[in-house]
Structure formats: structure tokens, C-alpha cells
Unconditional design. Structure first.
Length: 201
């Protein structure tokens, strides 16, 4: 049986998304170390000694059909910049979510995240034929909420007491989505954001 999300490489403006695999272990570890991202309370970035397990878990979820993880690369030199995934894949209703997303600190607040979202949303709506793309984030991850809202996604609501954080506390999860009919306007906005001169971080 063919998987809903099949292996694919996506590239635009110097950013490349390739299927995550064991060959990215060292690069992923280096990207996470750029800012010691595993110390962030509201994200799930792997610690250095957890990197291989992180990849193995992603591959297991891919085999089960509910997640497809990408390594985010600098197309020019092959450097691993982070990772992102389609997850909670529901072929019957043509819905995916975008998440498990994180980037090395040195490329945060650059064109990388906007480019990745443009690539993934284009593939989801225009190749996979999705009706809906969703996102979920920690109720205290305000930067993530703002970034999702800038994409043009609509807030669906909050699931209270939904998941455990790394530190053992229980988080509320903020849910967002975008429907296929909203994609053309969102696409235009993403292209505008990419072409707009950026202010220094």
C-alpha cells in the first residue's frame, strides 16, 4: 500500500528538505547545540545523547504512517539547520499537521522557517491534495503561536491538559488550521514575507 506522504526532496531559495535519516545524526546534533535548544521548556529538541533515538523514533513513526520527518539543509553546503515534519497524517480526510519543527539558533529569525512552510504547504495542498493542514503548539510558546498566525492559519481552540512537557509539567495545546480554500491568499503572503527586506535580528 502506497503511503500518503511518500519520500520527496523539496527545495527553494537555498533551503532543502530531505527525508530525515541516520546520516543526519551528526548534523542534527550540531544544529541542536547551536543555542543549546534542548534546554527550551516548550519544545522537543533532542539532547546530544538523544539524537539517534530522536531519528529512530521519527523513522518508526514514518513506518507506521503517522509522521514524515525532514532534515532541513543549507542547499549550498549541506549543513543541517534543523528538522520539521508532517505528522498526525490522516489520509482518509486528507489532513496533515506540520510540527516537530526546530532550527539552529543561528538561522532563527531568517528566511529559513518561512521557506520551509512555503515548501511544506505547497506540497500538502498542491501535490497531496490536502483539505486541511494543522498545527499545534504549547500554550506558553508565544513565539510559535505568532509564527503560525503569520502564516494565515486560524486558531481552532485550546485542548487543556493535553500533553507532558520535558520537565514533567502538563501543557495546554493551542490548535491551528488552514483550509485549502485559504491557501492561495496564504501563499501570496508567504511570498511577500520572503521578498520583503528583513530587519537585523
Amino acid at each position: 500500500m502506497t503511503a500518503f506522504v511518500e519520500p520527496v526532496t523539496l527545495a527553494l531559495r537555498g533551503v532543502q528538505l530531505v527525508p530525515l535519516g541516520p546520516e543526519h545524526e551528526d548534523g542534527l546534533r550540531a544544529a541542536a547545540a547551536d543555542g543549546a535548544l534542548w534546554n527550551l521548556r516548550v519544545t522537543g529538541v533532542p539532547r546530544p545523547d538523544e539524537t539517534r533515538g530522536y531519528i529512530d523514533t521519527a523513522l518508526k513513526m514514518r513506518a507506521e504512517g503517522n509522521r514524515f520527518a525532514f532534515a532541513v539543509l543549507d542547499e549550498l553546503n549541506g549543513r543541517v539547520l534543523g528538522s520539521t515534519s508532517y505528522h498526525d497524517i490522516l489520509p482518509a480526510v486528507k489532513r496533515v499537521e506540520i510540527g516537530y519543527t526546530w532550527y539552529a539558533k543561528s538561522v532563527q529569525r531568517t528566511h529559513v522557517n518561512t521557506t520551509c512552510k512555503l515548501l511544506m504547504l505547497t506540497h500538502a495542498f498542491e501535490t497531496l491534495g490536502c483539505h486541511v493542514v494543522g498545527w499545534r503548539t504549547d500554550n506558553f510558546n508565544f513565539a510559535s503561536q505568532a509564527a503560525i498566525e503569520r502564516l494565515g492559519a486560524k486558531k481552532d481552540g485550546v485542548i487543556r491538559g493535553h500533553a507532558l512537557r520535558r520537565d514533567g509539567t502538563i501543557r495546554d495545546t493551542v490548535m491551528y488550521s488552514m483550509r485549502s480554500g485559504e491557501w492561495p491568499e496564504a501563499r501570496a503572503q508567504l511570498l511577500y514575507l520572503l521578498d520583503k527586506p528583513r530587519q537585523p535580528a
